[in-house]
Design a protein around this ligand. Structure first.
Ligand code: ZN
Ligand code: ZN
Length: 370
């Protein structure tokens, strides 16, 4: 059985506006789920791919921070009890994990290296027109700028009825990454001095997670005043715009430097600045993605002489099911704010306007509604 055709916003050419086209997906096979999306937020990774700065084969459909309702699913291959069914509402993520490769066995699910049939052949194709049948690259293993997505079951996590998809979608990437950078990668003890560089969709969540650890200082750094204000609302105790004086200012505010610095922007200058802001023995966690091949230059004496650590983290070392469940609990207890992260909502047909809003400085997450 094929799923019916539906609309997706297709990227045919780097940097060009997306084009709404009629597309279709394969039917879900073993360990796969078909989800009708309700909402998809726009993440900066989508913008990089659409602009062509990060390259994948075109035509493609991007979008990966989404939530919706399961409409069909294949059987489980592991024989375990079925925990999903049609009608379940789920968060959708690009994290696809097999549970059996060496990374998964180490508990490092975000580094899973296995390939599924979805990686080998995109399940998404054009449904009409001259190019009918052309396979569309499943951007970020999700292709969530479309009304339906076909995913591995490891890419979804259930959400409770009380949580609206408009907010739940945020859990799929930015929230998960910011939360995980602090809670999974750093796990700072109470009373730490913490600093976050970049207060966008990821960094604001580093700030929120930092607040939960009862830090002595929770520093937010961003050139945008609007974002610094939001950071204060989410728990920042100090805010700064980036400058060459910043490391000295941070050292002054933190008894000689931050215990942990979280870098939520893909910018090597920001990373160098962050490393400079650490106290001796401090650790910088980088979740901001740069282009492949970019080089980070650091004063090497900061390593052995000052005992600093540089720690990369893919999506905050997230384990989707575990971390989404924790975040849902925190949100229900009013300890995690999703409303303040959500910016303007756009109907799906206006996705190019939503992308434009996401590109402009100072806005929160733009969210497309299906
Ligand atoms: Zn993302
Ligand atoms: Zn794996």
């Amino acid at each position: 059985m094929n799923s019916d055709s539906f609309q997706a916003a297709v990227s045919f050419e780097a940097g060009a506006p997306l084009v709404l086209r009629s597309v279709a997906l394969d039917a879900p096979q073993t360990d796969e789920v078909l989800v009708a999306l309700k909402a998809c937020a726009i993440c900066h990774s989508d913008l990089y791919y659409i602009s062509g700065a990060w390259k994948v084969p075109l035509p493609a459909v991007f979008g990966h921070e989404a939530a919706g309702e399961i409409i069909d699913l294949g059987e489980r291959s592991d024989g375990a009890d079925e925990d999903l069914c049609a009608g379940d509402r789920v968060v959708v993520s690009l994290l696809r994990t097999c549970g059996s490769c060496s990374a998964c066995r180490r508990g490092e699910e975000s580094l899973c290296s296995s390939q599924t049939r979805l990686d080998e052949r995109s399940p998404l194709r054009l449904f009409e027109g001259e190019q009918k049948g052309t396979r569309l690259f499943q951007g970020l293993r999700t292709a969530a700028f479309g009304e339906h997505v076909l995913l591995a079951r490891s890419q979804v996590a259930k959400i409770p009825p009380a949580l609206d998809c408009e907010l739940a979608c945020l859990l799929g990437c930015g929230v998960l990454t910011g939360f995980g950078a602090v809670m999974n990668a750093a796990a700072p003890p109470e009373g730490s001095h913490l600093a976050t560089i970049g207060c966008g969709g990821v960094g604001l969540n580093c700030i929120q997670a930092a607040r939960l650890t009862k830090p002595k200082t929770n520093i937010a750094i961003d050139p945008s005043e609007v974002k610094r204000t939001t950071a204060c609302e989410l728990g920042a105790t100090h805010t700064y715009a980036p400058s060459s004086a910043l490391p000295a200012e941070v050292r002054l505010a933190t008894d000689g430097g931050a215990d942990f610095v979280f870098v939520a922007v893909g910018n090597v200058q920001a990373m160098a600045l962050g490393f400079d802001m650490l106290r001796p023995g401090g650790c910088m966690v980088v979740v901001g993605m740069t282009q492949e091949g970019e080089t980070l230059s650091l004063d090497a004496s900061m390593l052995a002489t000052h005992g600093k650590t540089l720690r990369g983290s893919k999506m905050g070392d997230a384990r989707l099911a575990r971390d989404v469940a924790t975040l849902i609990d925190l949100h229900a207890q009013k300890k995690w704010d999703l409303d303040k992260l959500a910016g303007t909502r756009f109907p799906f047909a206006d996705i190019n306007n939503a992308l434009e809003a996401a590109r402009s400085e100072g806005r929160l997450r733009s969210i497309v509604l299906f």
